[in-house]
Design a protein around this ligand. Structure first.
Ligand code: MN
Length: 730
């Protein structure tokens, strides 16, 4: 073993000895067996690793754990501190930790590992707030955050060996994310140090300049604070108020912020110097305030009672600023020991070791404090249960997701990729056809989870489906989808209604060209429709009969209908054409809409059919087997249910192609078969040889009444000897 390694091992062992000593002192009843086990496991796992500074890596987890020990955190926290980098950086597994150290430690190590993997670098304020909330929501044990803060603090203290760029990135992230979390958790001490360290790395010149300036007044400041402190102590003692008095200079980063915000110089920062009076009771806090105001002149408007009205993070103190010796202003903070501890340690105070007590009682001041502290958590269930399990679900109703570029999208729990798409932009939502979560395609009903990275797949021209209404959780998405559906349905109805009216007019021999716009408007208003469009829409929705409307429009041309009128008989001659529509098919629940059979599949009676609203041509009816249907159904909103009308005496032209042996008598057999089936032949074409294969091909168009007849014809043709295959063609 080289001397270096010996001394390195020595350093590590020495730090561990220091840790044990500290824990024995601060938590005398704790058993250290598991702590030592955690140390041995971590030291072994990290043994060949070095930090950027050249120190053995193990120094870092040990220093982190020393910070936690100073905060008097519990054994779970300390073991997590020692193990916190093992899963991420070594071959140790979470299962291994679970087996040796139990569920709680494993859960915490896992949480810290997950947080380390997140890239939280962000300058945008709004975003940073979401990330902070997300972090708090992601961990279900607040100790994960406390260990993470200690980890970050030690990293920030030892960044000098890192390249400039990484220093800046880490410092920015600390300032944006971790310092505010410490603040929210009431951990004033850690927050202050994190901020000052970040300031040093982010604004090296400004920070050095400010430090120099503060330093240049150091002697002056110290003299002032010493004198002031002495005077305060004397005055308080005279009034029998027990107190500890501390003098301090405001922290660099908060001075800097104040100077920047108020555009003032250092000498104008009135609370640059402060005294802190820590006494035993709330009563004595107010008594001390009286003593101070009696001795020094208070600055009006600077007296703040955070005891009566605590800050949101439950900070409590009395603040006042007075004109001290030599006319210098000085801030005075007055608080009890308990308030002081909470101001410094915040939520971490909960785990502090206390002689003879197992857990906090329900009326514990700290529970009340914690309850308010997590005011962000809308409804805390039973606080006793909350504390005993140490589980926090700070934002139970929210889920924090990311765009591929790292923007945070906050959604309600169980929100789907559709909600995500609409919260980015309604265009993204409308054209959403699919989604990838963490790189994998997921169904649109997928419930998003905290930390999911969501990528929305879009297709131009696509429109939302009605089914989406059942999937979305946000009202924004729901409203947008409804809006689009209503608009498309209405447009569709207007289109259909207009065609319907024109078709009926043609059928009844009425000339719409003679009808003026004013006539139309007046009839529309007779029907309670504000605009002509509304009348068309109502016709399209099937609310009124076109004939009745026409009768009003052109009473001289269209006869009034008797109350019950049979439907006009369907056309029995020739093929239905697009121009006149197809009366053998009707739209379900909505008679007389303009329909025609699609040319691509030419469905015949008896086949499964589906309607599809075209632009400007009415409803196209396809066979459900039609290959185009799959594509068309992309726009589900344009689909319409259709059925075969009852009238059954018409026929459909059907093309078939027959492959046969080239033999005499074949055509004869075919035509007599069709005659027997009462199917007329419209056209027939036979040719021998097909693509070099011996034989004949017969193309024919025949009249077919329905699907059943076609099936009979085809199977009969197949039975003819010499027929190799029969196909229906389009
Ligand atoms: Mn670490």
């Amino acid at each position: 073993m080289s001397t270096d390694l010996v001394s390195a091992t020595g350093l590590v062992e020495q730090l561990y000895a220091e840790l044990e000593q500290k824990v024995r002192l601060l938590r005398p009843k704790d058993d250290l067996t598991q702590l030592e086990k955690a140390y041995r496991l971590a030291a072994d796992a990290h043994k060949s690793q070095l930090r950027q500074s050249g120190e053995p890596y193990m120094v870092h987890p040990l220093q982190v754990t020393l910070i936690l020990a100073d905060m008097q955190m519990d054994m779970v926290c300390l073991e997590t501190g020692l193990l916190h980098d093992t899963v991420e950086d070594t071959s140790v597994s979470i299962d291994q930790i679970r087996r040796t150290f139990g569920e709680e430690v494993a859960g915490c190590v896992d949480g810290v590992t997950k947080l380390s993997k997140l890239n939280l670098y962000s300058r945008e304020e709004r975003q940073a707030e979401s990330v902070r909330k997300m972090l708090l929501a992601m961990v279900n044990d607040i100790r994960v955050i406390i260990v993470k803060l200690a980890d970050r603090l030690h990293n920030m203290r030892t960044m000098d060996a890192l390249p400039r760029e990484r220093q800046e990135r880490i410092a920015q992230e600390t300032l944006d994310i971790y310092a505010p979390i410490a603040h929210r958790l009431g951990m004033g001490k850690i927050r202050g140090e994190l901020e000052d360290l970040s300031f040093k790395y982010l604004e090296p010149e400004a920070s050095a300049e400010l430090r120099r300036e503060i330093d240049s007044y150091r002697q002056q400041n110290e003299e002032f604070l010493n004198k002031m402190r002495h005077d305060v102590e004397v005055n308080l003692a005279r009034e029998n108020i027990p107190a500890r008095v501390e003098g301090r200079v405001k922290r660099a980063y908060s001075i800097y912020q104040k100077m920047k915000r108020q555009k003032i110089g250092l000498e104008q920062v009135y609370d640059l110097l402060a005294l802190r009076i820590i006494t035993d009771s709330v009563k004595n806090c107010y008594a001390a305030l009286g003593v101070i105001h009696n001795e020094w002149h208070p600055i009006p408007g600077r007296i703040k009672d955070f005891i009566a009205i605590p800050r949101p993070n439950l900070y409590q103190s009395l603040h006042t600023s007075v004109i001290g010796p030599g006319g210098r202003s000085c801030e005075v903070q007055i608080r009890t020991d308990e308030m002081h501890r909470l101001a410094e340690e915040g939520i971490a105070a909960h785990w502090k070791y206390k002689e003879g007590r197992k857990g906090p009682g329900a009326d514990d001041q700290r529970i009340i404090w914690l309850r308010q502290l997590v005011e962000w958590q809308k409804e805390l269930r039973d606080p006793g249960e909350f504390m005993s399990t140490l589980k926090v679900d700070l934002y139970p109703e929210e889920v924090y997701t990311f765009t591929p570029k790292g923007r945070v999208i906050v959604l309600p729990r169980d929100a789907t990729p559709i909600d995500f798409a609409f919260s980015i932009h309604s265009d993204v939502g409308n054209t959403c056809v699919g989604a990838k979560v963490n790189g994998r395609i997921v169904p649109l009903k997928y419930a998003l989870k905290n930390g999911d990275v969501v990528e929305i797949l879009t297709q131009a021209g696509h429109l939302p489906s009605k089914d989406w209404l059942a999937l979305v959780k946000t009202s924004k998405a729901r409203n947008k989808i409804r809006h689009v559906i209503n608009t498309t349905e209405r447009a569709k109805a207007i289109e259909i209604g207009q065609k319907y009216l024109e078709r009926e007019a043609r059928r009844l021999g009425a000339q719409l060209s003679r009808v003026t716009r004013a006539d139309l408007e007046s009839v529309a208003s007779d029907y309670g429709c504000g605009k002509i469009e509304d009348l068309h829409a109502a016709l399209g929705y099937g609310k009124f009969s076109a004939r009745q409307v026409l009768q009003k429009l052109a009473p001289d041309q269209v006869e009034a209908l008797p109350a019950e009128v049979p439907k006009p008989p369907p056309s029995t001659t020739g093929q239905p054409t697009e121009a006149t529509g197809d009366l053998v098919i009707k739209v379900k629940g909505c008679d007389d809409l303009l329909v025609y059979r699609a040319k691509c599949c030419n469905p015949i009676r008896g086949e499964g059919i589906v309607g599809y609203v075209t632009r400007g041509k009415g409803v196209a009816v396809h066979s459900t087997n039609c290959s185009n249907v799959q594509n068309l159904m992309y726009e589900v909103e344009r689909k319409i249910d259709v059925e075969w009308a009852r009238a059954a005496s018409e026929t459909f032209p059907v093309k078939i192609q027959i492959y046969t042996d080239d033999r005499p008598g074949m055509l004869n057999q075919l035509t007599s078969l069709l005659f027997a089936e009462q199917s007329n032949i419209i056209s027939l074409e036979a040719r021998s040889e097909h693509k070099g294969v011996e034989g004949a091909v017969i193309d024919m168009t025949i009249e077919i009444r329905d699907k059943k007849q076609l099936e009979r014809v085809v199977s009969a043709v197949r039975r003819i000897s010499g027929v190799r295959d029969v196909e229906r063609t389009q």
